[in-house]
Design a protein around this ligand. Sequence first.
Ligand code: HEC
Length: 88
Amino acid sequence: MKNLKTILVFALPLAVGLFLAASCVSTKVAMKSGAQLWGENCVRCHNTPSPAAYNDTDWETIGLHMRIRANLTAEETRKIVEFLQSAN
Ligand code: HEC
């Protein structure tokens, strides 16, 4: 019984802490704009491509291509592609 209590005392705050940390991270990603995600991710391997460099159709294809390269989520890719298309 004492062991169970000890486990609860340590495990509960840890579980709550992890839950809060996880929801904090997802809120951060959800709040980021396409422009922000573009600036943070697309410059990791090459210069950030200008939104004016390609047309809307090209950006769709490049989005799929770079999503794999940059290991982005569907949501992040959608935001970046929308930002790049809006600037044409
Ligand atoms: C992990 C590295 C990496 C990241 C991150 C990355 N790219 Fe690329 N990118 C490449 C490589 C490598 C190429 C050269 C083509 C190839 O071999 O795939 C490339 C090529 C391109 C091209 C040329 C056209 C094409 O499709 O080949 C464009 C435009 C481009 N990237 C845009 C982006 C955008 C926008 C992002 C952010 C969403 C991004 N890249 C993030 C590695 C990366």
